[in-house]
Design a protein around this ligand. Structure first.
Ligand SMILES: [Mg+2]
Length: 269
């Protein structure tokens, strides 16, 4: 797919539309991937331009697999809409709102966490409790493929985790309620709720591919036009680049792109 900075005319066509929205993933997109999620920091350049873009666009939203409250604390820009837990919840009006039927699964996720926390005691494997979902991280395990297989075996044998959906991430497995909510449905909700006519989506991971598809399907039969921008890295999942309209090369490049966007987005008249 073409490199975003080589297709600026195409991007200018989308950002001329109004209301315009920017929706971005966090980890691997505006913050570098680090050994443990707690160490992750949003790049100062990205934060600076997200702050400016909040005043320029109808919507700046961040969509992440992290809980909405954690995303808000991590990004820390007033005016950003924070969608957490892969679309299962949204931070809005100073509180977290679960999306649709997600709230019904809170107890099931709780009991799965209790069962798995004793069973997943493998080297370099950690289980993260995110409220409405769980994530098993194996980035720190000595053999990634072996660890992934062992984790999947534990999940298949777990009575309580069996009811949850397994979604692969970057050296992590996400356990989500079995509802049709993902980053794609979250993006469609945002486009509708903010009546967007134009939009850009930035993401680096498998779960972002749903959002890329949403940007495309939102354009069908409507006036909305959007572009899906895949953020490339050495460990990007197969299919990411093919699913994107354009690419950027890593978090630093995203910072440069947000700067360009802030400097080129039409000023409200
Ligand atoms: Mg990511």
């Amino acid at each position: 797919m073409p490199y975003a900075f080589e297709r600026l005319a195409l991007i200018e066509g989308v950002i001329a539309r109004s209301p315009l929205g920017l929706i971005t993933d966090v980890d691997g997109t505006i913050s570098e991937i680090v050994p443990t999620p707690r160490e992750a920091r949003v790049s100062p350049l990205c934060r600076r331009y997200l702050t400016l873009l909040c005043r320029q666009l109808a919507l700046v939203a961040v969509v992440s697999g992290r809980p909405a409250v954690e995303v808000r604390d991590m990004v820390g820009v007033t005016g950003v809409v924070y969608v957490g837990n892969h679309g299962l919840e949204r931070w809005t009006k100073n509180r977290v709102e679960p999306s649709g039927s997600a709230r019904d699964y809170f107890k099931i996720v709780r009991s799965a966490f209790e069962e798995l926390s004793s069973r997943l005691s493998m080297e370099g494997v950690t289980l993260e409790d995110k409220g409405l979902s769980l994530t098993v991280h194996y980035r720190l395990s000595p053999h990634h493929e072996v660890a992934e297989r062992e984790i999947l075996d534990v999940l298949a044998a777990s009575e309580r985790a069996r009811d949850l959906r397994v979604v692969r991430g970057r050296l992590a497995l996400n356990l989500l309620p079995p509802v049709e909510i993902n980053k794609g449905t979250a993006v469609l909700d945002l486009i509708r709720d903010y009546s967007l006519q134009g939009g850009l989506y930035l993401g680096d991971d498998l779960t972002d591919i749903d959002a890329f598809g949403a940007v495309r399907s939102a354009a069908a039969g409507s006036n909305f036009r959007g572009l899906a921008i895949g953020v490339t890295s050495a460990e990007m999942p197969e299919g990411l680049v093919k699913a994107a309209d354009l690419t950027l090369n890593g978090v630093d490049d995203v910072g440069r792109f947000l700067k360009w966007l802030s400097q080129n987005v039409p000023q409200p008249s």
